[in-house]
Write a protein that binds this ligand. Structure first.
Ligand code: PLP
Length: 381
């Protein structure tokens, strides 16, 4: 059996253990300490635009706190991009609110500003309280932030930017994660940088971030005994994990360059092959290319190859690839939730495949991938 080639695996830079060792030496083995402060500072500096950052246990926890800060509760609605990972939508339900899903547009594959406005108007006309909008930067590709931000302002509905996959990407030369009223990041093991598991909440509203830190540490009131006046959560990042994060921040830009090189490898591999398309960079966007994703139209590809046959061909030789996210409005768990769109995300799901994109993919592994893809297409180069 061939050794496994992963879709996206952790890639340490080398200094992570220094920070972790320091935590051990100084006995800061807790969900607070110098690494947590240092990691937050690194992220603030990287994102710019006066943001404040709270390091948390996961991106999902960050989204949950974002919704709490916006006062989302039972009877409210939150509009969310349909084409995403379920963690973008789950916290809406944690809060007893109703997700409303919006389709993608063909340029960025992210939330369609057109369908967003249709959804807002229709929900408001039905007397619904729409409390937030959650666009996602799918596979690192910036969503149409100018148009989405303009709609958020026009209708007075706050934007929560799901930048879980977008750290290191830029839109009109501004870092993703610095646009929303609130934004979230993920440092899960498969992301462009990782803390093994972790996330962050970001906002230029420093009061919100201070409140998020309080809620994330069990909402302890200032008193010598344990006193609580609101429900709290155990969502703060550990000082050990934050140490990994500090090391990873030193190589973030290098990781973006490496991921973009993977994208170039695939565009070169599939150039001149009909029926295969990539996620384009449009309107001044610069993607971290966290994952390289393709759309395959079997009516045009050689030998009518579709994404499932290619996935199986890769799997047969122990290479991991993955269909694009199955849209949330098609998920059994979200059955019955309102959806606004024209089936773009459904086509993406049917035709889309994410290819191994790790920044640590070796040349011989890329060769194996190329050989397998071309033989599935019944081509040799
Ligand atoms: C788009 C998106 N949103 C949210 C999350 C949740 O992040 P986490 O796994 O850190 O909870 C992820 C990834 O895992 C994601 O890809």
């Amino acid at each position: 059996m061939h050794p496994k080639i992963w879709l996206s695996s952790p890639h340490m830079g080398g200094t992570e253990l220094d920070f972790v060792n320091e935590a051990f030496q100084t006995n800061w083995i807790a969900p607070l300490g110098p690494n947590v402060n240092g990691f937050e500072q690194d992220l603030k500096t990287y994102l710019g635009h006066g943001v404040e950052v709270a390091a948390l246990t996961s991106g999902t926890a960050a989204l949950h706190l974002a919704l709490i800060l916006l006062g989302v509760g039972a009877g409210d609605e939150v509009i969310c991009q349909s084409m995403t990972f379920s963690a973008s939508a789950n916290p809406i339900v944690y809060q007893g609110a109703q997700p409303v899903f919006v389709d993608s547009e063909t340029d960025t594959w992210n939330m369609s500003p057109y369908w967003l406005e249709v959804a807002i108007k229709d929900r408001l006309s039905k007397g619904k309280k729409v409390k937030a909008i959650i666009p996602v930067h799918l596979y690192g590709m910036p969503a149409q932030m100018d148009q989405l931000t303009a709609l958020s302002r026009q209708y007075g509905i706050p934007l929560i930017e799901d930048a879980a996959e977008g750290l290191g990407s830029r839109y009109k030369d501004r870092a993703l994660g610095s646009f929303g009223d609130l934004a979230i990041l993920s440092f899960n093991g498969n992301k462009i940088i990782t803390t093994s598991g972790g996330g962050a909440l970001v906002s230029a509203n420093h009061g919100w971030i201070e409140r998020a830190r309080y809620l994330a540490t069990q909402a302890r009131d200032p008193a010598p005994h344990y006193q609580h006046s609101v429900i709290g959560y155990n969502y703060r990042m550990s000082n050990i994990c934050a140490g990994i994060g500090r090391g990873q921040m030193q190589v973030l830009d290098e990781r973006v360059t490496q991921r973009r090189a993977r994208f170039d490898f695939y565009t070169d591999l599939f150039k001149n092959i009909p029926g295969i398309r990539f996620q384009p960079e449009v309107n001044g966007s610069y993607s971290n290319r966290w994952l390289t994703a393709i759309l395959m139209d079997p009516s045009q590809t050689p030998s009518g190859l579709d994404r499932e046959r290619l996935r199986l061909a890769l799997e047969a030789v122990n290479i991991e690839s993955r269909p694009l996210w199955k849209p949330m409005h098609l998920q059994p768990v979200f059955e019955g939730c309102p959806y606004y769109g024209e089936g773009i995300s459904e086509t993406f799901f049917e035709q889309g495949l994410c290819l191994p994109s790790g920044s640590n993919l070796q040349a011989h592994e890329r060769e194996r991938i190329a050989k397998t893809c071309l033989s599935a297409l019944e081509l040799t180069k």
